[in-house]
Design a protein around this ligand. Sequence first.
Ligand code: C2O
Length: 569
Amino acid sequence: MALLNVITSMQQCNIHCFAIFVAMILSLSFASAETHYHQFVVEAAPVKRLCKTRNIITVNGQFPGPTLEARDGDSFVINVVNAARYNVTLHWHGIRQMRTPWADGPEYVTQCPIQPGASYTYRFKIENQEGTLWWHAHSKWLRATVYGALVIYPKLGVPYPFPMPEREIPILLGEWWDRDIISVLRQSKFTGAAPNVSDAYTINGQPGDLYRCSKKETTKFNVRSGETVLLRIINAALDQELFFTVANHMLTVVGNDAAYNKPFQTMVIMLGPGQTTNVLLTANQPAGRYYIAARAYATAQNAPFDNTTATAILEYNNFLSQRPLMATLPRFNDTATATAYTSQVRSLSSGKVFTRIDENLFFTVGLGLVNCQPGPRCQGPNNTRFAASMNNVSFVFPRRTSLLQAYYQNIGGVYTTDFPRVPPVAFDYTGNVSRGLWQPRFGTKLYKLRFGSNVQIVLQDTAIVSTEDHPMHLHGYHFFVVGQGFGNFNPRRDTARFNLVDPPLRNTINVPVGGWAVIRFVADNPGVWLMHCHIDSHLTWGLGMAFLVENGIGELQSVAAPPPDLPPC
Ligand code: C2O
């Protein structure tokens, strides 16, 4: 009937309105969202890096793992088969997982791990998100090698808010250990000391020219003179914040953590582990070869770090000189450059930040030391073991079941909901902290949020052991970063300076070294959501906590039923 109407009215239609009909029919047939099916086999595979071949854990034998692609509104069905010898889970970093916390992935938080030989299917939908995200293992330190890009394009027919690039290039920055990462983890857990630092950084899995036995395999990106490319840069490093630059080329920053920002230009960007940045690069330099480089932004005092530089090569199609042009990167402790960069990030769209706050929270983030009997298990500074905490609670993951299952099935004794809304003792957080405050308490404490409440969190770094820039990641949400600064947060002085007009929207925020960051979000996604430092060694020491967001009213505001194949513990 409708079709008949269309046809009759088409007969009375001139050529202009005919074009409109065609466009309408095309958009009707293409607008429908797709479901993307994948199988991810987690398995060991031999890889040669830095002159040595060894087995690493991969997905489908690939390193980095496969790139997932979808459009906003699409769904994923990813069947994960564990053919490795370790328990594993996968996390879709930055995907909001509205009502589907069961697919989020952090082990013992939203699921029990997939045991060797077992499988689990992650099912989730992308709702109102576009940009660059990524996926990674969320189990032990397996994400050192188990990670890949997750690219979300706009809905069909919807353009980018910038000129269409001629090419898109995902760039995954990683961190490589000569030793098996699980043995590095075991050793540091045993000794209580800081883990071995990495032996190399990598760009799309390759360390590049400046390392032994790596030159031939250096990652190359080809560009044509004059074209503009979109670089989707992901910091997938396990523990290290990184500076990134391209020799002689200006970068136009257009997005962060799958949110667009007002474009601005810079020579260097900085990303904490977990963060992504989209930049446009125009190949407007003399045809040649140019280094792309990444190295550490390391802020902890007197702490060892991997001081090497990863490189890749940007190669023009008609290049003349063979030798790549070297890139200049800031010094490892150049906080001024890091800050100058981050303070320029502003949301593209404005005016959506709430001003009525229901939950005003203040969380310290920082390290700690636990005193112990001198011996092999007490090799941290001055006979201690390293720890870390938020509001003096060093987070302990349950083992019996996941937090989400304990909540959903009403299993007692797994967690408590008394995570403190402010530190138990107020002190000069970034000053000279008395030794009596260095030792945290261990616990599995959640903070309960009413559905729909407006939440503000002040994240305050501490000088315990050392101040340090911590990349704090919140699962299940993205949040506005309304303010950042150095020293102790001062509500009188700092609140007045908040950006409530166009603050950046992110899922991971670098809390400045010896400083603070303030974030806001509406608790509109029920479930149990981990918030943690994305430096894996810090998370292992306890730098995390979890929110329990209660259901609202009705099915659309409630956690969906758990999938039947949810792994048992
Ligand atoms: Cu990217 Cu809790 O993780």
